[in-house]
Design a protein around this ligand. Structure first.
Ligand SMILES: Cc1cc2nc3c(=O)[nH]c(=O)nc-3n(C[C@H](O)[C@H](O)[C@H](O)COP(=O)(O)OP(=O)(O)OC[C@H]3O[C@@H](n4cnc5c(N)ncnc54)[C@H](O)[C@@H]3O)c2cc1C
Length: 407
């Protein structure tokens, strides 16, 4: 049986492992965190269109839908104006009749549960070196003994180790879009439960929403700066100061949100950047999901992109079977347009999420209120014209069912 090593157990990694197993490969997943990063901390992500279809083909749709976030209303506000409140189900119906928002950790947990019985998972380790000699790849790990695989796939996210080892340093392929993103959990001070509050001003956006599974709330801060901020990605205290400085004078409910910044143990901060590699395969090593082509966190449909590209990658490897490098090349050809469209759309989404002018700030609540009033078919039309909507709808999922070898 051909052995395939996957680095990363979040979305792309487990989806890939699931399908490889069905096609008769022997996947091993190595994950840096000591235990699965599942659960109710972290951020909410979306599955749309083809991403939902992948979940259906994995027979996980009902469970994913059951575990969804269940936010029902959103109030959008700007300084000095009354909030505009909309019904999120009305908005979602227009985005796609197949859309779900779920905490990333919950999605990962379901994907892990669907694969753990027949896929080898190694937690608390990372690939240290890779040596591709054309017939296979010799891999050393930070902890485990060296092993040899027929193929290695990096599904290890925006700051991928596999990409650094084989395709070069991150700085050369990372394009900062000018924005920053911070998220953390906190007590539900405003009894939000199933509500989300959003506040926009020039170059700033804050939101807070209830998490029904924990009774807690989450605060999210997005902002833009004229020049790139220098910071150490390991230094959480420095990152907390950056957020506090960016929103210190903001007003609204922000001072109360910031009171919980220091204590949050799931604090996340990163620059909103894209990975701009134009090829994500080299010999017997490939990349999938954010590791290969992150469109930018929270703005480019990265979760659907990860699920769909992992599904196609597994199918193309199965179709190529004895010639895995050609399977990698075929995968790249099949998903290129889909990836390019998502990456092209994401900067425009960032501009609308973090409005860059007073006019844009006025438009956000108005456009939200207008969109929700449109009949669902017209909303769908609007969504289909939106770049991410167009991108996520652009790849009809291939059918690889005749390649399945195990039930
Ligand atoms: C705050 C935030 C909000 C977001 N909001 C949305 C949203 O609303 N909608 C949406 O669609 N997407 C959203 N995203 C993006 C989404 O989370 C990603 O696009 C998606 O998770 C990509 O999945 P992935 O499996 O490719 O990579 P990731 O989810 O990044 O997973 C990578 C995995 O690899 C592991 N890893 C890293 N390094 C190593 C290593 N050296 N060895 C082994 N394992 C390693 C990590 O621990 C992790 O488990 C958001 C992201 C963030 C950060």
């Amino acid at each position: 049986m051909q052995r395939i090593l996957i680095s990363g157990a979040s979305v792309a990694g487990p989806v890939l492992a699931y399908w490889l197993r069905r096609y008769g490969f022997e996947p091993t997943v190595v994950e840096r965190t000591p235990a699965l990063r599942h659960g109710l901390g972290g951020h909410a992500v979306d599955l749309f269109g083809s991403g939902v279809e992948v979940a259906r083909r994995m027979e996980l749709w009902a469970q994913i839908h059951e575990a969804r976030t269940q936010t029902t209303t959103m109030s959008v506000e700007r300084h000095g104006k009354r909030p505009v409140t909309v019904d999120i189900d009305r908005l979602s119906a227009g985005i796609s009749d197949r859309h779900v928002e779920i905490l990333r950790g919950e999605l990962t947990k379901l994907l892990y549960e669907a694969t753990r019985s027949d896929v080898e998972y190694v937690f608390g380790d990372s690939i240290a070196t890779l040596d591709d000699d054309g017939d296979g790849v010799d891999v050393t790990f930070e902890h485990a003994a060296p092993r040899r695989f027929d193929l290695v796939i990096g599904a290890d996210g925006m700051h991928s180790t596999v990409r650094r080892l084989v395709f070069g340093p991150e700085e050369a392929v990372r394009r900062h879009l000018g924005g920053y993103l911070a998220v953390y959990s906190m007590p539900d001070l405003f009894a939000l439960q199933d509500r989300m509050l959003v506040h926009v001003s020039v170059d700033r956006m804050v939101s807070t929403y209830g998490v029904h599974q924990t009774g807690q709330a989450r605060a999210a801060f997005l902002f833009r700066t004229a020049t790139e901020l220098p910071y150490d990605y390991r230094d959480r205290e420095q990152q907390r100061r950056i957020v506090a400085d960016a929103f210190g004078e903001y007003g609204w409910t922000v001072p109360r949100l910031l009171e919980h910044l220091a204590a949050a143990d799931d604090f996340y901060f990163d620059a909103i950047s894209q990975i701009t590699l134009d090829s994500w395969q080299r010999g017997r090593v490939g990349l999938v999901g954010d590791a290969g082509f992150c469109p930018g966190p929270a703005i480019g449909g990265g979760t659907s992109l990860a699920a769909v590209t992992a599904y196609v990658l597994a199918g193309e490897l199965a179709a190529a079977r004895s010639d895995l490098p050609s399977g990698l090349r075929n995968y790249e050809r099949k998903v290129r347009e889909f990836v390019d469209l998502s990456r092209a759309a994401a900067p425009k989404v960032m501009k609308s999420v973090i409005p860059g002018s007073a006019t844009a700030v006025r438009l956000v609540p108005w456009a939200t209120a207008m969109l929700v009033r449109l009949p669902t078919p017209v909303q769908k039309l609007v969504w289909a014209q939106n770049g991410v909507g167009k991108a996520l709808g652009s790849l009809p999922l291939p059918n690889y069912s005749d390649l399945i070898r195990t039930p």
